[in-house]
Design a protein around this ligand. Structure first.
Ligand code: FAD
Length: 400
């Protein structure tokens, strides 16, 4: 049984970034990252692949190239958390022990929760930008559709990047408009929720795009079943009734939940997420456990932008706990959602807990801007690969 000072479960955006930040602070720490995947994917780019603005290859880099020096990469999956004995069991039969644990396993797309979806996803015009490889299929289908009915779905919250279902829709509409096809395409947005966007300040500008593209919005409408070959989708309505709709293109955002290995462990809260204090990101019951990224219970927008702010807070707080000092880092719930309302324009929604606006720039955040399109396509990927994933914490304060 091998022992580390810090074990990081999950080496995606959050896991790798926090390992890099910890090593910047103390290069003597013994750290292991448990991560099964050889390839790291820049998921925010999947929206752009779905519109042909980026290629899938541009989103992928070898995991190996981001593992910080002197950090052990354990290429395996966690099969069990045993926080009572400070152990983590792996699918290769090994068990690791730790002094401190960071859980950053991301979340699970609940594709099986929609009857018939797994059989047809990636065929028959049924796609999802949430599945990395299918974002290219989205773009193929958007280009192929000359007329007919296009459905875009949004499940109950929480999901990662809550704006991404709409981003796929607006960018597709933008293409059909520019190709003079939009008048022949019926576009419907089936949203399980009751509002277009959770932060009210951004709703008017999004509604103006809904109007511009002639989108029918259906609130309280949840996708429950798909028949790909028959091109039919079924939606459960708020009153419990079920409606059947024909489609030519169906962009699905599946419901999202904590990975089973977390939800079934004593780390989980009632909803399955790692139960953390939303300010310190320390576990509420196991003081030597921290969590960040999509898997943690903090009620922020689950985004890479949130991860960028959470990383130094977890690094500072965990090291303070190791020295038996009080924790200095306070997370204010910052997350950001660059809403791609058309090619060349983005509404940059930045907000914290309770929907408080947290713009990084002295500009009205409700206005679609080409500057933010540049950031979405060029600036943010650069920050992700060269700063966040390398432990360089520019413009991030651990105590706002
Ligand atoms: P991930 O990056 O998903 O990493 C989790 C890691 O855990 C993975 O590498 C996985 O292999 C590993 N893992 C899973 N199970 C196990 C196990 N049992 N054992 C060991 N390892 C395991 N964010 C933004 O900021 N802006 C955007 O515009 C934006 N747009 C998005 C659009 C789409 C379509 C999608 C899908 C996401 C978008 N996001 C956006 C969200 C952002 O990508 C995520 O919030 C971010 O990647 C979360 O990081 P994470 O480390 O928590 O999870």
């Amino acid at each position: 049984m091998k022992t580390y000072q810090i074990v990081i479960a999950g080496g995606g955006a959050a896991g790798i970034s926090v390992a890099a930040s910890l090593k910047q602070r103390d290069s003597s720490l013994t750290i292991a990252i448990i991560e099964p995947s050889e390839t790291h994917v820049y998921q925010p780019g999947q929206t752009l692949v779905g519109r042909g603005v980026m290629s899938l290859e541009q989103l992928k880099r070898p995991t190996r190239s981001f593992i910080p020096a002197n950090v052990d990469w354990i290429k395996a999956s966690v099969t069990e958390f045993k926080p009572e004995s400070n152990e983590v069991a792996l699918d290769n039969g090994d068990t690791l022990t730790y002094e401190h644990l960071i859980v950053s396993l991301g979340l699970k797309l609940n594709i099986e929760g929609i009857e018939g979806l797994s059989e047809t996803l990636g065929q028959n015009g049924v796609t999802s930008n949430y599945v990395t490889e299918l974002s290219a299929y989205t773009w193929e289908q958007v280009q192929q559709l000359r007329s007919g009915r296009a459905l875009f779905t949004q499940p109950p919250m929480p999901i990662k990047c809550a704006g991404a279902p709409q981003k796929a829709m607006y960018l597709s509409c933008d293409y059909w408009l520019k190709e003079h096809r939009l008048s022949g395409v019926d576009v419907e947005f089936h949203n399980a929720g009751a509002v277009l966007f959770g932060v009210g300040e951004f709703v008017p500008v999004l509604e103006s795009y809904v109007k511009k593209y002639g989108i029918d919005t259906c609130y309280g409408s949840t996708l429950i079943k798909v028949d790909g070959p028959a091109k039919k989708a079924w939606f459960k309505q708020g009153d419990g009734s079920v409606t059947e709709t024909h489609f030519d293109l169906l962009h699905v955002t599946p419901a999202q939940c904590a990975p089973d290995v977390v939800a079934g462990s004593s780390l989980a809260n009632d909803a399955g997420w790692v139960d953390v204090d939303q300010k310190t990101l320390q576990h509420t019951r196991f003081a030597n456990v921290f969590s960040l990224g999509d898997v943690c219970s903090a009620p922020n927008a689950k985004t890479a932008a949130a991860v960028r702010k959470q990383v130094p807070i977890v690094a500072d707080n965990l090291l303070a706990v190791r020295k038996q000092q009080s924790m200095p880092g306070v997370y204010d719930g910052y997350g950001a959602c660059p809403l791609t309302v058309e090619v060349g324009k983005v509404v940059l929604a930045e907000f914290g807990y309770g929907g408080s606006l947290k713009p990084s720039f002295p500009l009205d955040p409700r206005v679609p801007r080409s500057l933010y399109w540049w950031m979405k396509t060029t600036g943010f990927p650069w920050v992700y690969w060269n700063l966040m994933m390398r432990g360089r914490e520019w413009l991030v304060k651990t105590n706002p």
